[in-house]
Design a protein. Structure first.
Length: 68
């Protein structure tokens, strides 16, 4: 939860024909970051590890943006 609400902060998906990470900004902007892996399985493994290691950082970053 961020400031009392459930919010998406980061998501990984393969929509639009390529693997990518979407980072949500406080102003509603979604920043797409392409992932350059040979297979969707490798992209999924990367996504899982990234979220396990960095979820707090993603959350804190959005919280700071929202408090501005």
């Amino acid at each position: 939860m961020i400031l009392g609400e459930w919010r998406s902060v980061v998501r990984y998906d393969t929509a639009h024909g390529f693997a990518h990470k979407d980072v949500m900004k406080a102003n509603g902007e979604i920043v797409k970051q392409p992932l350059f892996f040979e297979t969707y399985n490798l992209a999924f493994t990367h996504a899982t590890l990234d979220l396990k290691m960095n979820w707090r950082q993603y959350k804190e970053s959005l919280e700071k943006e929202l408090k501005k």
